[in-house]
Design a protein around this ligand. Structure first.
Ligand SMILES: *[C@@H]1O[C@H](CO)[C@@H](O)[C@H](O)[C@H]1NC(C)=O
Ligand SMILES: *[C@@H]1O[C@H](CO)[C@@H](O)[C@H](O)[C@H]1NC(C)=O
Ligand SMILES: *[C@@H]1O[C@H](CO)[C@@H](O)[C@H](O)[C@H]1NC(C)=O
Ligand SMILES: *[C@@H]1O[C@H](CO)[C@@H](O)[C@H](O)[C@H]1NC(C)=O
Length: 835
């Protein structure tokens, strides 16, 4: 007999010996013994006996049939385990589902415990949704007398309902396992509380709220805005019901074949997970509580928790309120806020201040009025002097108004998806607002118009002058034009920074955009991983960086970092469009058609005339100023180099890979680091030797880059033939000899502005000075470049002109003097500072 026949015989035997091996139902005549299984018709879920850990306790549960990892989603007898393998699950003669030890008399362990529904034929069946149902005669929803979905354990599956039944006052909710090894009911629950003005969803630790997911706001639960943000939206839809019968929520899956679940784990965290067939693992793409701001009432009364704020545990008082401790809390524990003394909010010209982007405050003690728009809602609140705030939400089908009278509790800020809270404040607070608004709405446009007019007029005048004195004075017009442009650019940058939006892309979107990371789409290999070109559905070109270095951060921290970094927007920074954390970490950038600056200055030199080079140098300087001084975060780039500067279609430079040091530098938030990231040739001596970094180490790298732009040569290229060690040494030699222009790129010929180039060389040398303390800042560099300020001091000896120090000991005799490794004590600026 051959192997195929053997196999066939084996299966036939199996069928004979174990008649219920691949069936989905349990009948009165066919009980289920330990070791037997039910499998749902579509082979999605399996029901059977299982144990966890070392206890040997046996449970009846449901898990995914096909997954390599046994993921239990439901347990029948979680609090009544069997102690050996002689358990039997049956439908008894009264139509009850019963779990007992076999033998006579049978010892009952667990049962469906329903009131008898009269005689008939009862059976139980495992469905493809994971629901285990007990029904009479033929299965249908109407004939169902009991179902596992009505008794959830720790997992919220698609099509399952979390529900408060208004008639029976029964609450169906999730209860965590005691531990990963023990399915018994744990201390955490995820459930509706309907005692307040509107139903709210909570995670409780016993009876203490841990997280308030809040009331429904029309789109989602107000405390879980990220929950609906893609990729969740791609795959599921969340629903909410509030009618005469019930308050309930459930979700459905839009992607066929996707295994997805929501679980409350034994540590009190909720997780949304999707099964990743490639890695054969569950990917968590959302967890809560997410940071301290999610902790229930973390900041106390009348305060707002801002996850971006680093001090005071993110807490700040709402407008018109002040720290209860008077701002001098010795314990560093934020104790909530009280209204500022002297504020008159009762018939004294008070009004409402908008607090946008927040979570609906705890509405337990609020009042609810259906069908009131915001105008009527405000009026309603104003009528009662004890009303402290109001807000409109779409709780059910209609819009309604919430008003608060007691403390406002559990308010937090969201980067997206929050709502507007209208806070009652006195007239002085309102006046502040009005002034601001007037400034923004009236004065700013007026100012801008005036400036525009001035610019236009001065340009016209300049043009006229130019025409008149055509060949006499070309330098003059150039200088002033430059400073006008830089002002306008700064203004535009400020405007652009307002519409920042960062997306969480789904892995499927990225895979589709890059044709599954096809080799033909690969643009190159950056310091942190390969970069691919992609095209989104709408036709937008993107660049996708797959991060090969795994950061030590968790997914949430990583995401927060990216959201922070995505807020940095400047015309000289590559724009970060979004990220993907579904299967691996990826960053999605705007796509730039031109290659890196290195390609142009070292290879295709002829493209770059002096004017373009100069503009590129000033553009990079502006981008660096923004990173160092102008943005909300202080970012030290740490790897500024020619290949990290990309050029757009009009040769406008854009710095890339900024913020990478921040994402991957969680162990390096001090002023020193053990792991030196950076590129040989661009690293400052204090950084390369001792791991000390600061904005001045970026200035050093900028100086190297500037000298490279002028000379068209790599700092690390060999200069031995000319008796110098590297570009810096070469420039320094020529500088000392009084012949700096000898270093200028030969391909420029004579077509450059001598004084401008000399100034740039001077600035470059100032930047690469050995002592960090005397290097200029990036803003000083920019103003020197634009000739607003002349380089006052002569440069001192640069670092790294002796090869012995560059190679960390690989000695090569060299005529240049000085070893560039003295410790610099003045450098203590940390890499990141919240602003
Ligand atoms: C299993 O345990 C139950 C309860 O302790 C006991 O009644 C039964 O005899 C045991 N069965 C076997 C096979 O050990
Ligand atoms: C139960 O089912 C059996 C076999 O399917 C049938 O003979 C019997 O009449 C049914 N009894 C009732 C009460 O429906
Ligand atoms: C609902 O919330 C109220 C107020 O916080 C609390 O007293 C009550 O115990 C909660 N009910 C449930 C079922 O958790
Ligand atoms: C509430 O519903 C209205 C219209 O139905 C919609 O315009 C508004 O954006 C919704 N608000 C929220 C917070 O969902």
């Amino acid at each position: 007999m051959d192997a195929g026949n053997n196999l066939l015989l084996y299966f036939l035997l199996l069928l004979v010996i174990r008649p219920c091996f691949c069936i989905d139902s349990l009948t009165q005549s066919q009980p289920l013994k330990d070791g037997d299984f039910l499998i749902s018709q579509g082979e999605v879920f399996q029901l059977g006996f299982f144990s966890r850990g070392k206890s040997g306790n046996r449970y009846v549960g449901v898990w995914y049939y096909k997954l390599s990892e046994k993921t239990v989603v439901w347990v029948a007898n979680r609090d009544h385990p069997l102690t050996n393998t002689s358990g039997v699950l049956s439908v008894d003669t009264t139509g009850q589902l019963a779990l007992s030890y076999s033998g006579t008399p049978q010892v009952l362990i667990w049962s469906s415990d329903i009131l008898s529904t009269g005689g008939g034929n009862y059976s139980a069946k495992i469905l493809d949704t994971g629901n285990f149902v007990l029904f009479k005669d033929q299965y249908s929803e109407k004939n169902t007398v009991w179902q596992g979905f009505d008794h959830p354990t720790d997992t919220f599956l698609p099509y399952m309902k979390l529900q408060w039944n208004k008639r029976t006052r029964e609450n169906k909710f999730l209860t965590s396992w005691k531990s990963p090894e023990n399915p018994a009911s744990g201390q955490y629950s995820f459930r509706f509380n309907v005692t307040g003005s509107v139903p709210q969803l909570y995670i409780y630790d016993g009876v203490t709220p841990v997280l308030r997911a809040g009331p429904w706001n029309g789109i989602t639960f107000s405390g879980l805005p990220e929950y609906t943000v893609s990729p969740v939206n791609d795959v599921t839809n969340l629903f909410y019901i509030d009618n005469n019968e019930e308050v309930a929520t459930y979700y459905i899956v839009n992607t066929p074949g996707l295994f997805t679940r929501f679980v409350l784990n034994d540590e009190g965290f909720t997780e949304r997970l999707n099964w990743n067939p490639e890695s054969q693992k569950w990917d968590a793409f959302w967890t809560g509580p997410d940071g301290q701001c999610d902790k229930y009432a973390h900041c106390g009364a009348f305060s707002n928790c801002n996850p971006v704020k680093l001090s005071d545990q993110g807490c700040e008082c709402l407008p018109g309120y002040q720290d209860r401790s008077g701002g001098k809390s010795p314990t560093n524990i934020f104790g909530g806020c009280v209204r500022k003394p002297g504020a008159l909010v009762c018939n004294n010209g008070e009004g409402f201040k908008e607090v946008p982007g927040v979570k609906v405050p705890d509405a337990t003690k609020a009042r609810w009025q259906s069908d009131l728009g915001i105008k009527a809602c405000k009026e309603f609140c104003l009528k009662d002097c004890s009303c402290s705030a109001c807000m409109t939400v779409n709780i059910t089908s209609g819009k309604g108004c919430l008003t608060w009278y007691a403390d406002l509790i559990d308010v937090r800020e969201f980067s997206q998806g929050g709502q507007v809270l209208y806070l009652r404040v006195d007239s002085s607070e309102l006046a502040k607002d009005r002034t601001k608004r007037v400034l923004l709405k009236v004065l700013l446009p007026v100012l801008v118009t005036i400036i525009l007019i001035i610019v236009l007029i001065s340009r016209l005048l300049l043009k006229k002058k130019k025409i008149r004195a055509k060949n006499k004075n070309r330098e003059l017009s150039h200088g002033s034009e430059n400073s006008d442009i830089s002002f306008m650019e700064r203004y535009q940058d400020a405007l652009a920074a307002n519409d920042t939006e960062v997306h969480c892309f789904s892995a499927n979107t990225i895979i589709a955009a890059t044709e599954n990371f096809s080799i033909s789409k690969k643009l190159g290999e950056g310091g942190f991983g390969p970069v691919y070109k992609g095209q989104l559905h709408g036709g937008q070109d993107i660049a996708v960086k797959r991060l090969s270095i795994t950061s030590t951060q968790g997914i949430e921290e990583f995401r927060n970092e990216i959201i922070l970094i995505a807020k940095l927007q400047h015309r000289n920074l590559v724009r970060l469009l979004g990220y993907c954390i579904q299967q691996e970490k990826m960053l999605i950038y705007e796509y730039l058609p031109n290659r890196g600056l290195d390609h142009f200055i070292f290879a295709k030199k002829s493209v770059l005339n002096w004017r373009t080079r100069f503009d590129i140098a000033t553009g990079i300087a502006r981008g660096m100023i923004y990173l160092h001084h102008d943005s909300r975060l202080r970012i030290i780039h740490r790897d500024l180099k020619a290949s990290n500067v990309l050029l757009d279609a009009s040769m406008n430079p854009k710095i890339s890979d900024f913020g990478m040091a921040r994402i991957f530098g969680s162990d390096q938030n001090e002023e020193t680091t053990k792991r030196v990231v950076g590129t040989y040739g661009y690293m400052s001596p204090e950084y390369a030797m001792e791991g000390l970094f600061s904005i001045k180490s970026d200035v050093f790298s900028y100086g190297v880059l500037l000298l490279e732009i002028i000379s068209g040569r790599k700092n690390t290229s060999s200069f031995d033939a000319e008796n110098s060690i590297n570009l810096i040494g070469h420039v320094w030699d020529r500088w000392l000899q009084g012949k700096p222009l000898e270093i200028v790129d030969a391909s420029l010929g004579e077509s450059y502005d001598v004084s401008e180039v000399s100034r740039c060389i001077h600035i470059g040398l100032l930047c690469v000075q050995e002592s960090a303390a005397i290097r200029p800042t990036m803003s000083e560099v920019a103003s020197m470049l634009c000739n607003e300020r002349t380089p006052s001091s002569a440069p001192e000896q640069p670092a790294f002109i002796n090869r012995a120090t560059v190679n960390f000991g690989s000695v090569k005799s060299c005529s240049s003097s000085g070893i560039a490794a003295t410790k610099t004590n003045s450098v203590t600026v940390s890499i990141v500072e919240g602003r």
